[in-house]
Design a protein around this ligand. Structure first.
Ligand SMILES: [Zn+2]
Length: 70
């Protein structure tokens, strides 16, 4: 799934500290729950979602494998 521009939920700042995060991948299980209308572009200064980091790594490995480079 593609990496997308960083986004976070419109009410992200109202969540408990550890739950505040931004997303960068369309395949993220948490990010996918955020409706398009509730998405705000940018990181908002929040840390990146762990699942998004993992998805981005998987994407990077896949594209490296596809292009034959490492
Ligand atoms: Zn995420």
């Amino acid at each position: 799934m593609p990496t997308v521009a960083a986004f976070h939920q419109v009410n992200e700042a109202e969540k408990p500290g550890p739950k505040r995060m931004h997303h960068t991948n369309d395949a993220c299980a948490e990010g996918i729950k955020i409706a398009r209308s509730e998405r705000v572009e940018g990181t908002g200064g929040f840390r990146r979602c762990v699942d998004c980091s993992r998805q981005d790594e998987i994407d990077a490995l896949r594209s490296a494998a596809a292009s034959g480079t490492r």
